[in-house]
Design a protein around this ligand. Structure first.
Ligand code: ATP
Ligand code: MG
Length: 512
């Protein structure tokens, strides 16, 4: 096999300039047939922009591309798709009111005598969904009724169900569990064997090294290196991405544990949350671990008044009488903030500037006599842009134009500004690059040291073990154990996470 004969796509000298931002400069990349080529880089490095150009969603300011030796200059997504170039985008693009089946086959609904043939549609959808492990999902359900991870699998099923030569997956696994990732990888291998070229974007470095043949690292809109994945170790990739080694310091807050901030007693919600009791203190980060579906998010939603409490009580700030929190609004008023994993649901107003989004939850703080004081709002926003290293042209930039990870940082800024005493973070580092993750860890530790109580839900056990003082483990809706630093190990925590799923055991406590 000669090195150039199997080149499918070439990208040469691509520049992309947005108002005030140079997103890409002189990008050169090749994609071979049957290759998985990973793109990695910090938030805002230009990964999505580059692939959006390849998939016809943006046009470059300079440079050229070829597909199978012929000029590739798509001016729309449709045009690129007609040539076999498809992209599964970073942000979900499903229409939540349509069914799973309608979403998958939206542009080619089978019809008979002018009517949509639902029997055929649902059957084909079932098959497409089955390939990505969604065999148990009823294709006639509205997509909006599925969880984020499942929606993402539907989106992937949609990409995989069509013939293509080049498939771009932009952070496909950000909200997937390990078993879903395994299924996705099997599908990628299948496409690879068919000679499809796959461009794979992810912040999960170990995953990238497992699936990719080659890795291209972008930094500030430039290619830093393209290497064989087999020649790289995770630390090498991080070094190429951020231009320095990340120090492995102890990150957990060092402050002494303060007053009791929150006491949950026997919280229950059907079989999702069963008799959950725990305490959270000021000055500490309490991690919440568990498998997907173990009730972590559901428990947090109960505390935040987002779902009704079926049974149980919440005591706030050491009070003797239980608090009544029926809505998120009441929760915020009582000093509880919940940062969820779904950016869209978080209520970022994508068409407004960064500045306005930061102050959204706390307009009173930047207003005088009912008028928003723009210079004040701007200075508040600038502080957060700086302290969280949000990459934007200025705080006047529209949030919808920021890279995915930087949008996530704006969500964090928004809640920090609200200044609640009990901060619940549900997967806050999803889609955030390695360097910025450490900035967020440091910020959480800092908040705890300033006397906040922090609840931190994460699927990444290493992350929890790096920054938490204690970790509570949920298993099938119950507290399966609470571990305190340094008396824990990955094995003991995982054993607790699985404990309720192992048949015959249902004791479900062991709080220690
Ligand atoms: N439509 C747009 N208008 C203005 N600036 C934009 C637009 N789209 C992207 N940018 C900017 O271009 C740069 C590259 O963004 P891009 O989304 O490609 O980053 P990314 O590498 O995909 O990051 P992430 O890991 O956060 O998804 C960022 O600075 C971003 O703010
Ligand atoms: Mg991106």
């Amino acid at each position: 096999m000669s090195p150039t004969s199997d080149v499918l796509l070439t990208v040469r000298g691509i520049d992309k300039i947005f108002p005030g931002v140079r997103a890409l400069s002189g990008i050169d990349v090749d994609l071979r047939a049957g290759e998985v080529h990973a793109l990695v880089g910090e938030n805002g490095a230009g990964k999505s922009t580059l692939t959006r150009i390849i998939a016809g969603l943006e046009t470059p300011n300079a440079g050229s591309m070829t597909l199978d030796g012929a000029a590739h200059r798509p001016t729309s997504r449709r045009e690129a798709e007609a040539q076999g170039v498809r992209m599964v985008m970073q942000e979900l693009n499903l229409i939540s009111s349509l069914t799973v089946a309608e979403n998958i086959f939206i542009d080619r609904l089978p019809s008979r005598l002018g009517f949509i043939d639902y029997a055929t549609l649902n059957e084909k959808a079932k098959e497409a969904a089955g390939r990505v492990g969604l065999a148990n999902v009823d294709p006639s359900l509205p997509v909006g009724s599925l969880g984020v991870g499942q929606q993402q699998m539907v989106e992937i099923a949609m990409g995989l169900s069509r013939r293509c030569r080049v498939l771009v997956l932009d952070e496909p696994t950000a909200s997937l569990t390990d078993s879903e990732v395994t299924l996705l990888f099997a599908q990628i291998r299948r496409l690879q064997a068919e000679g499809v070229g796959v461009i794979y974007i992810s912040h999960r470095i170990e995953e990238v090294l497992a699936i990719a043949d080659r890795v291209t690292v972008l930094r500030d809109g430039c290619v830093v290196a393209t290497r064989q994945a087999g020649d790289l170790k995770p630390d090498d990739v991080i070094y190429l991405m951020v231009g320095r080694d990340l120090e492995q310091e102890e990150l957990a807050p060092r402050s002494a544990r303060g007053d009791l901030a929150l006491r949950a007693v026997s919280l229950s919600d059907g079989d999702k949350v069963r008799d959950v009791s725990f305490e959270a203190y000021r000055g500490e980060i309490l991690g919440v671990a568990g498998l997907m579906g173990s009730g972590r998010t559901e428990t947090m939603r109960l505390i935040f008044g987002a779902d009704p409490l079926e049974a149980g009580q919440l005591y706030l700030h050491g009070e003797q009488t239980p608090a009544t929190i029926r809505t998120p609004r009441e929760a915020v008023r009582r000093g509880i903030a919940l940062l969820t994993e779904d950016r869209k649901e978080q209520g970022l107003l994508l068409s407004l500037p960064v500045r306005a989004n930061v102050s959204l939850t706390h307009l009173a703080e930047v207003s005088t006599l009912g008028w928003v004081d723009v210079p004040r709002e701007r200075s508040v926003a600038r502080n957060y842009v700086e302290s969280l290293a949000i990459r934007c042209a200025s705080c006047e930039q529209t949030v919808g134009n920021l890279s995915g990870g930087n949008q996530q940082k704006v969500v964090i800024a928004k809640w920090l500004f609200r200044d609640c005493d009990i901060l619940i973070f549900d997967e806050p580092t999803r889609g955030i690059d390695v360097g910025a993750k450490f900035e967020i860890y440091r910020m959480l530790a800092d908040l705890a040291e300033k006397g906040k109580a922090i609840l931190f839900v994460s699927s990444d056990l290493k992350e929890l073990m790096a920054i938490c003082n204690r970790i509570m483990v949920l298993s099938a809706g119950r507290v399966a154990g609470t571990f305190a630093r340094p008396d824990w190990s990955e094995e003991t925590i995982m054993a607790a996470a699985f404990s309720e799923y192992i048949s015959g055991e249902s004791s479900g406590n062991g709080i220690g």
